[in-house]
Design a protein around this ligand. Structure first.
Ligand SMILES: C[S@@+](CC[C@H](N)C(=O)[O-])C[C@H]1O[C@@H](n2cnc3c(N)ncnc32)[C@H](O)[C@@H]1O
Length: 228
């Protein structure tokens, strides 16, 4: 199944819930079916945000994680990256005045241009990699690695290896019925963890959240080198 959409830059991406017409109900659906508050809170806690941190949210979607991170540390600097203009519109509306304090990039991470001297020390991404082809999963992780300062932190929260038959069945009945099989199956088979361990140092599985859509895992890694 191919649900890919063509944004203005004519590169392809999968809409938030697999189909564009479902985008307006993304937030209530995710709240309902993924125990969203728990896993987003864990991302924020493990980020240990501090004033002056430079943070990128890759595939920020409707901005829920940016909102949670900003609430935790308004003195950090945030960039939201997403190719979907309708998702970014929802983000801006939801974040209100805070949206003006965030830098937005409508496009893919690979085309992100950062101001001179602005190198991120923390990069997060949630529920993005399961929706992209295997080669793109690798490209996104490699780009994250190349952007980070030495010793910088990456946190990825997503559907990754699904061990139990129950979790695989739930994933098949929900996420895969919307997003299709070809991009999501490598994630369910554990390919993202393998790439993550090849690309980052000290890969660590921090949490697993069983949900009615499959298990969401939270992984942390670091760019090789000494922290600045
Ligand atoms: C399921 S949504 C997750 C949104 C948000 N991160 C969250 O936690 O709710 C996946 C998002 O990834 C974006 N996306 C898809 N392909 C992408 C890519 N190659 N690079 C960056 N974002 C991408 C989509 O536009 C969509 O907004």
């Amino acid at each position: 199944m191919n649900n890919a959409t063509k944004p203005e830059d004519s590169s392809e991406f999968t809409p938030l819930l697999g189909k564009s017409f479902l985008t307006p109900i993304y937030d209530p659906i995710i709240t309902l079916v993924t125990r969203e508050k728990r896993w987003r809170r864990q991302i924020v806690e493990h980020l240990h945000l501090a004033p002056g941190d430079r943070v990128i949210d890759v595939g920020c979607g409707t901005g829920s994680l940016l909102q949670a991170m900003f609430s935790d540390c308004p003195q950090a600097h945030f960039v939201g990256v997403d190719p979907d203009a309708s998702a970014l519109r929802i983000s801006r509306r939801k974040l209100g005045a805070i949206a003006n304090l965030i830098r937005w990039h409508k496009g893919f991470l690979e085309s992100l241009e950062l101001p001179a001297g602005w190198q991120p020390n923390k990069i997060v991404s949630s529920l993005v990699l399961h929706q992209v082809p295997l080669r793109k999963k690798q490209a996104i992780l490699e780009t994250i690695e190349s952007l980070l300062v030495p010793g910088g932190t990456v946190l990825i929260s997503d559907y990754m290896k699904l061990d139990s038959p129950l979790m695989r069945s739930l994933f098949r009945a929900t996420v895969q019925s919307l997003d299709g099989i070809s991009d999501t199956q490598p994630s369910a088979d554990g390919e993202v963890e393998k790439l993550f361990a090849e690309i980052f140092t000290e890969p660590c599985l921090l949490h697993r959240f069983p949900t009615v859509t499959g298990t969401i895992s939270l992984w942390r890694g670091y760019k090789k080198g000494i922290a600045q």
